[in-house]
Ligand binder design. Structure first.
Ligand code: C2E
Ligand code: CA
Ligand code: CA
Length: 424
């Protein structure tokens, strides 16, 4: 199968030399933790699961696409039927969902996920069968960050093979070397589209690898225990910035800023002390510095979390429940946590392949309101997202429709512009 696939790829690469409009995309799809499945159900059943998946994948392909099994639990795909990058990533998302659909086995259901690496052909360089290595690198990248995701190959990924130990020691020095930047993404009131606040999102400007996304370095920081310092840094900087914005915009209702908190931070009792320190250094209006905690984080240890959250709340800090809907929440606990806001994960906000929004979106909004919480919808990318969310009763939204994460100066300009508009 692999040999046939490589032959096909070679042929496509040859064709592309005379037909520059031919721009295939390569995908390497590797199942996550498939060995465990094999170990628990046996190799024979494992094989039939692979067959089931192959059949499912074939069904969503067009005749001009090629799918092959490259190795044990790894598939390769030469995608010819889509050319537009947005449609290609949407297609990869369909593949991811297709794999995630449960597989019936005896009276059990097996859930599988995959790491998907994607290499687009670059019109500037000649296509060669080397492109499969790029897709593989992207796939390993997905796998490293936890699997069940799609990553597009970037040249920096080659450099990123630099060993993990180097990266760890570089990250340890990143704060003092001022390589950590904080970007702020607006959260708007849907009622009048005014800015209600910002979410602080960390970036690491690595001297050689360029700007790195938090999904790449937060997990490293967590593993090496650096997340406590990093978290404190982000919280402190954000509070200082928030105080500056509030001072400059004295006439309007004070905006808020929210900061992401990791589980390692919540487990330590020092978090209370850290928050107190931050609040004493910057004078921000009560309740306007907010912490965002994910559902899976608080459910890891709900009793402890409930206690900590209550104490945090007493300090005058707002609390948002992040990525709502992606973890396992107990509704009973939800009532006991003192959150003031629920952030609905992007996956519920986005329209499905049929162009409708998940039915559950409406119920989540109603549930949050019954619990006395405000709702922020994440990943609002278009104006129609915003309009529909407002109609569903959602108060706030965040997403590319209202601005991507930006630096503090750009955020200040946005606030100033808004004030000028209101005055005129
Ligand atoms: P999150 O808290 O869910 O943050 C929202 C992510 O969605 C951000 O990615 C943001 O850029 C992205 N996003 C915003 N609007 C849209 C949209 O309309 N469409 C799409 N497709 N995406 C949108 P980012 O900045 O890469 O952050 C990723 C995650 O990293 C965050 O997810 C958060 O969990 C974590 N993170 C970021 N900064 C920190 C930090 O300082 N500390 C900790 N512990 N985690 C952080
Ligand atoms: Ca967040
Ligand atoms: Ca989120």
């Amino acid at each position: 199968n692999r040999k046939l696939f490589m032959d096909r790829l070679g042929a496509v690469a040859n064709f592309a030399k005379t037909m520059p409009s031919l721009r295939p995309t390569l995908m390497v799809i590797d199942l996550d933790r498939f060995k465990q499945v094999n170990d628990s159900v046996g190799i024979a059943v494992g094989d039939s699961i692979l067959l089931t998946l192959a059949r499912r994948l074939t069904r969503i392909l067009k005749p001009q696409d090629t799918l092959a099994r490259l190795a044990g639990d790894q598939f390769g795909l030469i995608l010819m039927s889509e050319q537009d990058p947005a449609r290609i990533t949407a297609f990869a998302e369909t593949i991811r969902k297709t794999i995630r659909a449960p597989i019936a086995f005896n009276d059990r259901e097996i859930f599988l996920t995959a790491s998907i690496g994607l290499a687009l052909s670059d019109p500037q360089t000649q296509l060669s069968d080397e492109i499969i290595k790029d897709a593989e690198l992207a796939m390993y990248h997905s796998k490293r960050i936890g699997g069940d995701r799609i990553d597009v190959y970037k040249p920096a990924m080659r450099a990123r093979k630099t060993d993990r130990l180097t990266l760890e020691s570089e990250l340890r020095r990143a704060i003092e070397r001022e390589e950590i930047t904080i970007l702020y993404q607006p959260i708007v009131r849907l009622e009048d589209r005014s800015i209600a606040g910002f979410e602080a999102l960390a970036r690491w400007d690595h001297p050689k690898l360029g700007r790195m996304s938090p999904v790449e370095f937060i997990s490293i920081a967590e593993e090496i225990g650096l997340i406590v310092d990093l978290g404190m840094f982000v919280m402190d900087q954000t509070a200082k910035q928030l105080a500056i914005w509030q001072r400059a915009m004295r006439s309007r209702e004070p905006i808020f800023a929210s900061v992401n908190v990791s589980s390692r931070q919540l487990l330590r009792h020092d978090l209370i002390h850290d928050i107190r320190t931050v609040l004493s250094r910057s004078s921000v209006a009560r309740g306007t510095l907010k912490l965002e905690l994910t559902e899976s984080l608080v459910m890891e240890n709900p009793e402890h979390a409930a206690q900590m959250l209550t104490r945090i709340r007493e300090l005058g800090t707002g609390l948002s429940l992040d990525d709502f809907g992606t973890g396992h929440s107990s509704l009973a606990y939800l009532q006991r946590f003192p959150f003031d806001t629920i952030k609905i994960d992007q996956s519920f906000v986005r329209t499905t392949s049929r162009g409708t929004r998940p039915v559950i979106l409406k119920s989540i909004i109603a549930l949050a309101h019954d619990l006395g919480m405000d709702v922020v919808a994440e990943g609002a990318e278009t104006d129609s997202d915003a309009v529909e969310l407002y109609q569903l009763g959602c108060e706030y939204a965040q997403g590319f429709a209202f601005g991507e994460p930006m630096d503090a100066d750009a955020a200040m300009r946005l606030l100033t512009e808004e004030r000028l508009e209101q005055a005129s």
